[in-house]
Ligand binder design. Sequence first.
Ligand code: PGA
Length: 252
Amino acid sequence: MSRQKIVAGNWKMNKSLQDAKTLVEMITNQVNDFDEVTKIIIPPFPYLNAVGEQLASKENFFLGAQNCHTNASGAFTGEVSANMLSSVGCHYVLVGHSERRQYFKEKEADFISKIKEALKNNISPIFCIGETIHERKTDNHFKVITEQLTTVLKEFTVTEFSKFIIAYEPVWAIGTGETATAAQAQEMHAFIRGIITDIFDSAIAANVSILYGGSCNAQNAQELFACKDVDGGLIGGASLNADDFCKIIFSF
Ligand code: PGA
């Protein structure tokens, strides 16, 4: 996968099926012929099939899932495997999101297993990393990001890593209305490319798409996306409104 402009909408645990379908229709009506941006819609599990059907004929729209299990199948009541996601047409899955880290106590070993399952099923991981406010205030943010990336990436080959998307999401910016400044985002994205250069090489680092996430919205997307190392956004709250999400897509 080469470096792309990407806008991904993570709906989290929101919307009814009917609202989901209406939202997708409103989004695709506005941006269907704008194919220079890869658009990824990430609805809750029960709507994947319906949303996937709506996106199937649309230009450069893809389906993503919010999570997958570490195992391929079996007695794991309530869980969903990467194989199942693939069978309903998912091309992407979020792994390492800060809400999974915080509320579900997921750790690096989980992320590695989940990504391996995803890749086996031809699903690209959107691997999320980010520091807390405490870590930034104590000047540990570069160290934390280095650890989060290195522990996971060293378990993968260059070929496997070529399927990854990275999302830098400072935890203090997620759902808070407080966005990283363009300068803070650019600084960290360039740093992330540096770490990927150290783990793999500079050509691989130059080729990976790195998204910014955390209160990215219709007002600030343009400034963030103008940064050299920011390839797009992982959007939470603002992806629930068609006009806002479309404005973000048109922000490159
Ligand atoms: P937010 O969420 O845009 O609502 O801050 C981003 C995310 O959690 O991916």
